[in-house]
Design a protein around this ligand. Structure first.
Ligand SMILES: *Cc1c(COP(=O)(O)O)cnc(C)c1O
Length: 423
């Protein structure tokens, strides 16, 4: 790409962008009556304009039909979750029967750990990335304790080498091999929330399986952001939230992937509920849990129709845009951001991008390590119409999403930084 640091160039890229009309399907937060430059879809994605109508449709149905809504119309609540399976599968590279939308992320992580963290004898360890998102750390720590182990012994963390910020795949694979007889599970983020690094999920899964361990990923920062092929990569399980890149609202519902080879495995323990029970017999209300085949069999409760209605409206936009098209635009957009940051010509002692340079090793987010007065820069940005996010001690995460961000957004951010570092 030969990028240019001019407004005219940014605008010409937006003109040529085949996905440019998707921005109009979202509400862009305002400051002083104008659009903000929203670069925070990694934290909370923007509201699709269609979400309200989708929600209202179910509210109206509830008002007009009451309990009959469970079995009436073209989206009966009784099977509402099934409407989300196919579009979800397309986002994460799965078969529809391998995914289900339910609960929230950390809850689902625990449900998956119940099934896939099965310590036996000296095979009791979990390998994860150092500095994983706190909720994941707490989930692993508490699961390990639940099984009677000491987290300091049972949880292995792979850290960047001294002086480096990102993990080397070779180090992850080597740590798996070094612990081959003690490893029960490899469980990490698909994209690290802090650095934006995309892990080589295919290679990690393969190595985990080679030593006899299970392998799962938290895709909170990956789903809707990078290309995923969970089925082909043979991943055992994955979980993600829907309110980040999937734009499905604060505290929205979550998705789960369970590879089809586990679909019918009765030896896999699980915590069960009536919604995971064989649908044909669910209302016989009898003793004896018979799981539905596939990911559906991990459901506990009946569908959360309201957040799912929002999610459904959002997934329709992902289907219209297509993950491959989104990813292609995303590489250009983030490449442009990287180019503009390099144009600042700041020494590493002032400003450092800690996200990998290799496009396949990152999604849309770049994490900027600001060595001096980072918080002050962040606050100034926020006061001037830019919405980003800050991570202690000194990182600004910048996430231009291909769905609703423009090259002009990125250009304006670059201009603001240029002014800041000049003064
Ligand atoms: C955002 C995020 C969470 C949040 O968990 P919730 O259960 O949705 O509150 C957990 N893990 C990771 C990796 C995240 O990025």
């Amino acid at each position: 790409m030969s990028y240019q640091n001019t407004l005219a160039y940014a605008q010409s890229q937006d003109q040529a962008d085949s996905l440019r009309s998707f921005r109009d399907h979202y509400f862009i937060p305002q400051q002083n009556g104008t659009d903000t430059v929203y670069l925070c879809g990694n934290s909370l994605g923007l509201q699709p304009k269609a979400a309200r109508a989708a929600l209202e449709q179910e509210m109206t149905k509830w008002a007009e039909l009451g309990v009959e809504g469970h079995f009436t119309g073209d989206s009966p609540w009784f099977t509402y979750h099934t409407l989300l399976a196919a579009p979800t599968a397309r986002v994460v590279g799965a078969r529809p029967e391998e995914v289900v939308v339910m609960n929230q992320l950390t809850v689902n992580l625990h449900l998956m750990l119940v099934s896939f963290y099965r310590p036996q004898g000296k095979r009791f360890k979990i390998l994860t990335e150092a500095g994983a998102f706190p909720s994941d750390q707490y989930a692993l720590e508490s699961q390990v304790k639940f099984h009677g182990f000491n987290p300091d012994e049972a949880i292995l963390e792979v850290a960047p080498r001294p002086g480096e910020h990102i993990l080397r795949t070779e180090d992850i694979l080597a740590t798996i091999r070094e612990n081959e007889s003690e490893l029960a599970l490899v469980m990490m983020g698909g994209v690290n929330y802090y650095t934006g690094q995309v892990f080589d999920m295919a290679a990690i899964t393969q190595e985990a399986h080679a030593v006899g361990a299970m392998c799962g990923f938290d895709l909170a920062h990956a789903a809707g952001n990078v290309t995923l092929r969970l089925h082909d990569w043979n991943v055992d399980f994955a979980v993600w939230c829907t309110y980040k890149y999937l734009n499905s609202g604060p505290g929205g519902t979550s998705g789960v992937f369970v590879h089809e080879r586990h679909a019918q495995n009765p030896d896999l323990p699980r915590f069960a509920g009536w919604w995971g029970h064989d649908q044909g017999q669910r209302f016989q209300m009898k003793k004896g849990f018979i799981p539905m085949a596939g990911a559906d069999g991990w459901q506990l409760s009946n569908s959360q129709v309201l957040p799912m209605a929002v999610h459904k409206a959002s997934l329709e936009l992902f289907d219209q845009a297509g993950m491959d098209n989104l990813r292609a635009k995303s590489e250009k957009l983030t490449g442009y951001l990287e180019f503009l940051i390099k144009e600042l010509q700041q020494p590493k002692t002032a400003l450092e991008v800690i996200t990998p340079e290799e496009p396949s090793a990152r999604g849309c987010q770049l994490s900027l390590l600001v060595h001096q007065n980072g918080r002050q820069l962040f606050d100034t940005l926020m006061a001037n119409g830019f919405i980003l996010d800050w991570r202690e001690p000194n990182v600004i995460r910048v996430a231009p999403t291909p769905m609703y961000n423009t090259f002009e957004d990125v250009y304006r951010f670059g201009q603001f930084l240029a002014q800041h570092f000049r003064s």
